[in-house]
Design a protein around this ligand. Structure first.
Ligand SMILES: Nc1ncnc2c1ncn2[C@@H]1O[C@H](COP(=O)(O)OP(=O)(O)O)[C@@H](O)[C@H]1O
Ligand SMILES: [Mg+2]
Length: 306
C-alpha cells in the first residue's frame, strides 16, 4: 500500500507539541489552561476558536514570546528556545500585533526573514537578497518592494509578512488570522501557497474564525476555548458538536432547503457562521460544500430560513 504523504514516521517526535500549557498574563488573566496537542510534518492544521479563546496566546507560547506558567512546548522534541535559535519557526502575526507606522519598506521586511542566517552585524549577502526577492515574487508583491509597509492594503501587508516567512526558509510556519481583512483572491492565493508548503513537507498552523474555509484546506484542526477542546483530523474533529461546544451562542444557525450546493447530499443543510464565510454541514454533521456558497446578493445562499 502506498503510504499517505501526510503520515508521520513512528519514531520521530511531533513537529509541534504542546504539553499541558498554561499561560497567565501579568494582570492575572489565565488565557490558556492545560492546553495539549501535537502535530506531525506535512500538515496544515487550523486553529479554531472565538475571539479571546487564546489563539494568539498559543502562537506566542510556541514562539517563546510568553513563558507558560505550567507545561511546555516542544519543537521537534526540543524546547522552543533551541528551535528559535535555529530560526526553525516562521511566524506571521495578526495585523493587530504589528506597528504599521514603523518606518520600514517591503524589501526590509522580506530581508528580516534572513536575519537568523546573517551574522551579528546583519549584513545581507547576495544569497540573502536572492531569497528575499524570490519570496516577494512568490507572493506577488515584488513590484511593491520600495514602498513603506504602512502604505499597503491589508491583503498586501499579509503577503509581505508571508514573504518574510518564506525567505526564512523555515519548515514550521505559524499564521495568525491570515484571512482577516483580505480579499477572496488573496485568501485563495495564500491557501494555494500553504498547500504547496504542505506538499514540500512543511508544518503549517493557521488560526482563523473563517469556518467555511477550514475543511477546504486544513487536514487537521485544533479547536480551542481557553484550553484545547478537541484536536485531530478535520473529518472527525471539525464536527457540529465540537463547534457548538467551542462557539456556543457566537454561532448563528440557519437552515437551508432545496439547495443546489455542490457536494450536498441532502435537501436540508445546517449553516454555521459567526461571519460571512459560512460553514455548510449536512444532516450527518459533515461539511457539505467544498466551495464557497454562491448566494444571490446576501452571500448566504437561497432558501434560507431561521
Ligand atoms: N497582554 C495581555 N495581558 C492581559 N490579557 C491578555 C493579553 N493578551 C491577551 N489577553 C487576554 O487573553 C485572552 C486570550 O487572548 P488572545 O490569545 O489574543 O485570543 P484570540 O487570539 O483567540 O482572540 C483574552 O481574554 C485577552 O483579552
Ligand atoms: Mg488573536
Amino acid at each position: 500500500m502506498i503510504s499517505s504523504a501526510h503520515s508521520t514516521t513512528v519514531d520521530q517526535p511531533p513537529v509541534i507539541e504542546a504539553r499541558g500549557v498554561t499561560v497567565a498574563y501579568a494582570n492575572g488573566h489565565v488565557a490558556l489552561r492545560d492546553a495539549s496537542f501535537s502535530l506531525g510534518g506535512g500538515t496544515i492544521c487550523g486553529l479554531v476558536g472565538i475571539n479571546g479563546s487564546g489563539k494568539s496566546t498559543l502562537f506566542k507560547a510556541i514562539m517563546g514570546f510568553v513563558v507558560p506558567a505550567a507545561g511546555s512546548v516542544l519543537i521537534d522534541g526540543a524546547p522552543v528556545a533551541k528551535a528559535h535559535r535555529r530560526a526553525k519557526v516562521a511566524y506571521v502575526p495578526q495585523s493587530e500585533d504589528v506597528d504599521w507606522s514603523f518606518p520600514v519598506s517591503v524589501w526590509d521586511v522580506a530581508l528580516m526573514g534572513r536575519y537568523g542566517s546573517m551574522g551579528f552585524l546583519r549584513i545581507a549577502r547576495a544569497e540573502d537578497k536572492r531569497l528575499a526577492m524570490q519570496a516577494l515574487e512568490q507572493v506577488g508583491v515584488a513590484d511593491l518592494r520600495n514602498r513603506q509597509i504602512g502604505e499597503l492594503s491589508g491583503g498586501q501587508r499579509k503577503r509581505v509578512f508571508l514573504a518574510r516567512a518564506l525567505a526564512q526558509g523555515a519548515r514550521i510556519i505559524l499564521l495568525d488570522e491570515p484571512f482577516t481583512g483580505v480579499d477572496v483572491r488573496t485568501e485563495a492565493a495564500i491557501i494555494a501557497l500553504l498547500e504547496r508548503l504542505r506538499s514540500d513537507g512543511c508544518t503549517v498552523l493557521v488560526s482563523t474564525h473563517n469556518l467555511g474555509s477550514v475543511p477546504r484546506f486544513c487536514d487537521r484542526v485544533v479547536i480551542i476555548n481557553r484550553t484545547v477542546l478537541a484536536a485531530g483530523p478535520t473529518a472527525t474533529t471539525f464536527t457540529r458538536d465540537n463547534l457548538a461546544m467551542a462557539f456556543g451562542g457566537a454561532l448563528r444557525r440557519l437552515r437551508v432547503d432545496h439547495t443546489d450546493i455542490p457536494g450536498a447530499s441532502c435537501n436540508e443543510l445546517t449553516v454555521l457562521t459567526d461571519d460571512e464565510n459560512a460553514l455548510i454541514m449536512g444532516d450527518d454533521g459533515l461539511p457539505a460544500a467544498n466551495e464557497p456558497l454562491q448566494g444571490e446578493g446576501d452571500g448566504a445562499g437561497r432558501g434560507v430560513r431561521r
